[in-house]
Ligand binder design. Structure first.
Ligand SMILES: Cc1cc2nc3c(=O)[nH]c(=O)nc-3n(C[C@H](O)[C@H](O)[C@H](O)COP(=O)(O)O)c2cc1C
Length: 180
């Protein structure tokens, strides 16, 4: 049984998780942008990871576009965001991103990092601007990503932790003869 991890990471958090999963499974690890479906189809297990941006999972368009060519494969998705895990928020992100033929794919959350100083100017200014706009709203009416943005603060934080990959490794093992 062979597998591959496809990841899209803007600031490195998702990449770190992808590398940890690769270390534990021995699976190949490739940036989604560089992936070609003809190659990906050769694998039995495809683990797909992306950073969260305004509640969207980065790079998911690759999976949406090619899902019909991946029938019979074991597919797992993980996404990486700044906010702490919350079951309700998790479910909303899953239902927002994983529709139609993606609906039955198992999903996992790994907490990432936040460093406004290291962001691109566009992202930093966008975050500052959005915060100003969101601050005028009633906190009880915040969208999930708005809540994440307001909670993230200005401090540099790194919540990446290898223990987040344990459920992903369990999902790889499930119903397979793959021992890791
Ligand atoms: C413009 C912008 C939007 C973001 N939106 C969200 C969000 O909706 N939810 C969340 O939890 N984190 C959000 N984040 C934080 C990133 O998901 C977090 O920094 C993550 O670690 C990024 O992973 P990456 O470095 O692999 O791309 C946002 C960050 C930026 C810059």
């Amino acid at each position: 049984m062979n597998g591959i991890i496809l990841y899209q990471s803007k600031y490195g958090a998702t990449k770190r998780y992808a590398n940890w999963i690769s270390e534990e499974t021995g699976f190949d690890c490739v940036e989604t942008k560089k992936a070609r479906i003809e190659e990906i189809r050769k694998y039995d297990v495809i683990i797909f990871g992306g950073g969260l941006y305004a509640s969207g999972i980065a790079g998911l368009s690759f999976l949406k576009k090619h899902i019909n060519q991946l029938s019979g494969k074991k597919i797992i998705v993980f996404f990486v965001g700044a906010s702490p895990y919350e079951e309700n928020a998790f479910k909303q992100i899953v239902s927002h991103n994983m529709q139609d033929s993606l609906a039955d794919i198992p999903c996992f959350y790994c907490r990432g990092a936040w460093d406004m100083e290291n962001m691109s100017i566009v992202d930093r200014n966008l975050c500052k601007l959005l915060r100003k706009v969101v601050a005028k709203k009633n906190p009880e009416e915040y969208e999930i990503w708005e809540k994440a943005l307001m909670e993230a603060g200005d401090e540099k934080c790194d919540w990446t932790d290898k223990s987040y990959i344990a459920p992903i490794l369990n999902a790889v093992r499930q119903n397979s003869n793959f021992s890791i």
